[in-house]
Design a protein around this ligand. Structure first.
Ligand SMILES: *Cc1c(COP(=O)(O)O)cnc(C)c1O
Length: 403
């Protein structure tokens, strides 16, 4: 029996990198009924009737069976959809899972340096062994360049990226965007500290949380100039004029990440996927859980791909609502950024954005506010249904009238 003193702190059992980690904060899923929920970019319209029917008829005694481990049928359908091979595709438990797998598969954790220190301290006889354990056969040189440890992303962007870097023990590198959140050119990015050799770079396109378009030309030149893996996170691309999926099929270092959550109304079931070179895809495949995508999620995603006209109509409806809401808020003195997504980033008038968050909540409207300096003057507002938009505008006018 090991003896522990009465002052033993169980926290000391947790790796320092995890103890220091600032966890990701998801948007609130309120328990109170009757709130207009415009805080997590969910689709205001439900899945297609065929999808619900497929889920219902899959819900029987077969729930006792394990699902297909590689989501094979779904990958075949996605390959047809994107005109590539099933080997170009991996499906995940939400795209968040795949974003996390990417940092594990492509980035050397900084704990490698600890191993290096060990190597220096070791006896001569141990050195070759330790050297191989720490650096593989290529030797210390390549591994010791800082870029091998770097996970790079724009600031602001999806706040999960730094968390993924942190939990892996990678070197998180935030590259600041200009105040209008536009991404002008690779040269301008490099001026701000962008590293063309970073092991892994995440770009949200269209950009979140601004909603702005990232130009195809820029994404193409980044694909060419980046030595490491470039993940293009297209979580909102179905609401945009253009996508960059082709870059993942043209460049062996580019992965495009997609999700069924936002555009395809399946947040609840957690299903996303990545498209890219089979060498990268199979690396991710090696380290995922054997049954990472649950059976009902596979059924729903397959049925979704059989009901695309329903969703295309939804996208058009949400885009129309987005433009209507942007105009209406502009007329109420909000500064609204142009959006290619299903949300708007808007700087509200008179009160601070944080106060607006609280006032809107009193009016039963839930939006998102981030305390990060670059975006603390903005609210992020999901484009809801036509009715939800009218309720939001009514609440805004009430708050403005109160002064
Ligand atoms: C919502 C979101 C995701 C996560 O999607 P899931 O498939 O639900 O995990 C990824 N990236 C961005 C930028 C998002 O906003």
């Amino acid at each position: 029996m090991p003896r522990r003193s009465s002052t033993f702190k169980p926290e000391t059992l947790v790796r320092p990198v995890i103890r220091r980690l600032q966890a990701y904060v998801p948007g609130e899923q309120p328990k109170i009924k009757g709130l207009v929920k415009l805080n997590t970019n969910e689709n205001p319209y439900g899945p297609a009737p065929e999808v619900l029917e497929a889920l219902r008829s899959a819900t029987d005694g077969r729930l006792r069976l394990y699902p297909n481990p590689t989501a094979e049928r779904l990958r075949i359908k996605l390959a047809q959809f994107h005109q590539c091979a099933p080997e170009n595709i991996i499906v995940g438990n939400g795209s968040d899972e795949l974003l996390a797998l990417a940092s594990r598969a492509f980035v050397e954790p900084l704990t490698g340096l600890t191993q290096y220190a060990l190597q220096c301290a070791a006896s001569k006889a141990d050195r070759p062994l330790l050297r191989r354990a720490a650096f593989g056969r290529t030797g210390a040189r390549g591994v010791l360049t800082p870029s091998r440890y770097a996970v790079q992303y724009l600031d602001p962007s999806y706040s999960l990226y730094p968390v993924l870097a942190g939990m892996h023990g990678a070197w998180p590198r935030a590259v600041p965007l200009p105040p209008d959140f536009s991404v002008p050119s690779v040269a301008a990015l490099e001026e701000s500290g962008w590293d063309s050799r970073a092991a892994l770079s995440y770009i949200t396109t269209p950009h979140a949380p601004s909603g702005r378009e990232v130009s195809r030309a820029l994404l193409a030149s980044l694909s060419r100039s980046q030595n490491g893996v470039l993940v293009l996170d297209e979580a909102y691309v179905d609401f945009a004029d253009a996508d960059a999926l082709q870059l993942a099929l043209e460049h062996p270092n580019v992965l495009v990440s997609r999700t069924f959550s936002k555009a395809y109304s399946l947040c609840f079931l957690r299903v996303g996927y990545m498209v890219g070179h089979p060498a990268l895809i199979s690396a991710l495949d090696k380290i995922r859980d054997s049954y990472n995508v649950n059976g009902l999620a596979q059924v729903a995603a397959e049925a979704t791909l059989g009901a695309l006209p329903y969703y295309k109509k939804n996208f058009a409806r949400i885009i129309r609502s987005r433009e209507y809401l942007a105009n209406a808020l502009n007329e109420l003195d909000f500064q609204v950024l142009p959006s290619q997504t299903n949300f708007l980033l808007a700087a509200p008038p008179r009160l601070s954005a944080e106060s607006w968050l609280a006032r809107l909540r009193e009016e039963k409207i839930l939006v998102r506010w981030f305390s990060a300096p670059a975006i603390r003057d903005y609210l992020r507002i999901t484009v809801g249904s036509e009715d939800q938009i009218e309720e939001l505008l009514r609440a805004v006018k009430t708050i403005l009238a109160r002064g």
